[in-house]
Design a protein around this ligand. Structure first.
Ligand code: PLP
Length: 447
């Protein structure tokens, strides 16, 4: 074991050291060489060293260099060094994070990290939280909790009786709702199309003046940080209306909720603390390794009831038992990396990470605009949308940027316009990375 871990560390360090000099996307040769893995299950046992060597030799070149500073696709962070190291140590521990008895350390660090995140997001101290795989899973868990709470008030036990024959619930979403909320709605039995859609403005924010009447059997899904523009729904106004009627407001804040941690951006997330449930990611802007999402509910009992095994939630243990707040029994001890990131960054470091990446997004937008390219969004956060003219022309530039390899940006469709999306989410991005990438993008747009 010891030699093997040394070897893994040596190979990982070599990989990371070489990142700056390689193209961000893997080469066509590296992708072709993946055929190497297509064999049958070996009959014979081989040495672990040999397996590691094969993985590194043929696997490392076929990675997207998202651990480096010039990957700006989707909304994907890197992994802070302390979180990679903590994750290695935690893997060696092999802890089952589901129970206190199987991992006292994870149970304790989950509790600590949840309290810290609640503090950062200004959530009620007694709200419940769970460590899940993603914001998609967090959206699902929050909707399951909402389903429990609204139907319990109507005298219906949804965990026991299911949704068939239950009093109907209306779900309200914005026109620019994230696909993961739609997926969560379909998984939770609400139906992805059985929703009321609120028209949005040019930034993708719900228009308050078009907001429908809600009742005590309405779930409103708002967005804190649109995946394209970074814009926030008018959450404060929506929560005010919802609260008057007893509706449930859920916030999809996969990355946007972290704005609350940076003093100069915190106003964007203002009002989110008035909602009933929240979903966020740790593997995006907090820069911890995959997979890591967080769900919170103001009504702690609703999340416990929705995630309960049998009637077990009725007997609430004194200690917080991690599996009572998530879909899984057994799972990775995810709390450790979230704790490590926050413990190392502190308030100041986290604020700097958020503010710095937002400033880099502004730097991209200014550089592109100065060269005559059209920025499609108000750059309020870490997301930039740029058009290079026609849809065809924009797609051509994106393809050139990707094959040049200096940086990686993806394409998107924003309210009918084809655009290139730049998301600055990684701790590893430096000002030099931004300038080098900007130059490469401008070169691609000239050719
Ligand atoms: C990324 C994202 C999600 C989905 O998060 P995953 O962790 O990929 O499941 C949901 N909502 C928004 C706004 C996002 O940006």
């Amino acid at each position: 074991m010891s030699d093997l871990l040394d070897e893994a560390s040596r190979r990982a360090r070599r990989y990371l050291a070489a990142l700056d000099a390689r193209a961000v996307a893997p080469s066509p040769q590296a992708l072709a060489a993946l055929a190497r893995f297509d064999g049958l299950l070996p009959e014979q046992t081989s040495s672990p060293m040999e397996v590691l060597a094969e993985l590194d030799e043929f696997g490392s070149p076929a990675t997207m260099a998202s651990a480096g500073g010039r990957f700006f696709g989707f909304v994907i962070g890197g992994s802070l060094p302390v979180t990679v190291a903590a994750s290695w140590l935690a893997s060696a521990w092999d802890q089952n994070g589901g129970l206190v008895v199987t991992s006292p350390i994870n149970a304790r660090l989950e509790k600590v990290a949840l309290d810290w995140v609640k503090g950062l997001f200004h959530l009620p101290a007694d709200s419940a939280g769970g460590f899940v795989t993603s914001a998609t899973a967090a959206n699902f868990c929050a909707l399951a909790a909402a389903r429990h709470a609204l139907l319990e008030r109507a005298g219906w036990d949804v965990e026991a009786q299911g949704l068939f024959g239950a009093p109907p619930i209306t779900v309200v979403v914005g026109e620019e709702v994230h696909a993961s909320v739609q997926k969560a709605l379909s998984m939770a039995g609400f139906g992805r199309e059985r929703v009321v859609r609120v028209p949005c403005d040019v930034q993708g924010r719900m228009r308050l003046e078009e907001f429908p009447a809600v009742t005590e059997r309405t779930i409103v899904c708002v967005q804190a940080g649109n995946v394209n523009t970074g814009a926030f729904d008018p959450v404060a106004g929506i929560c005010r209306r919802a609260r008057e009627q007893g509706a449930w407001v859920h916030v999809d804040g996969a990355f946007g909720l972290w704005a609350a941690a940076a003093p100069a951006r915190a106003h964007l997330a203002g009002g989110t603390e008035e909602a009933d449930s929240w979903a966020t990611d740790a593997h995006k802007w907090l820069n911890v390794p995959y997979d890591s999402g967080l769900v919170f509910t103001r009504d702690a009992g609703a999340l416990r009831a929705a995630m309960a095994v049998g009637g077990a939630y009725l007997a609430q243990a004194e200690d917080r038992i991690p599996y009572q707040y998530t879909p899984d029994f057994s799972r990775r001890a995810r709390g450790i990396e979230v704790w490590a990131a926050l413990r190392q960054l502190g308030r100041a470091g986290l604020a700097d990470l958020i503010e710095r990446t937002c400033r880099f997004a502004e730097r991209f937008a200014q550089g592109l605009a100065q060269s005559g390219h059209r920025i499609l969004n108000d750059v309020v956060l870490n997301q930039v949308l740029v058009s290079f003219g026609s849809a065809e022309r924009t797609r051509e530039v994106i393809a050139r940027v990707q094959s040049d390899g200096t940086c990686w940006c993806g394409g998107t469709l924003w309210q009918g316009h084809t655009a290139m999306r730049i998301s600055v989410s990684s701790w590893a991005t430096t000002e030099a990375d931004v300038d080098r990438s900007l130059a490469a993008i401008l070169r691609a747009a000239e050719g």
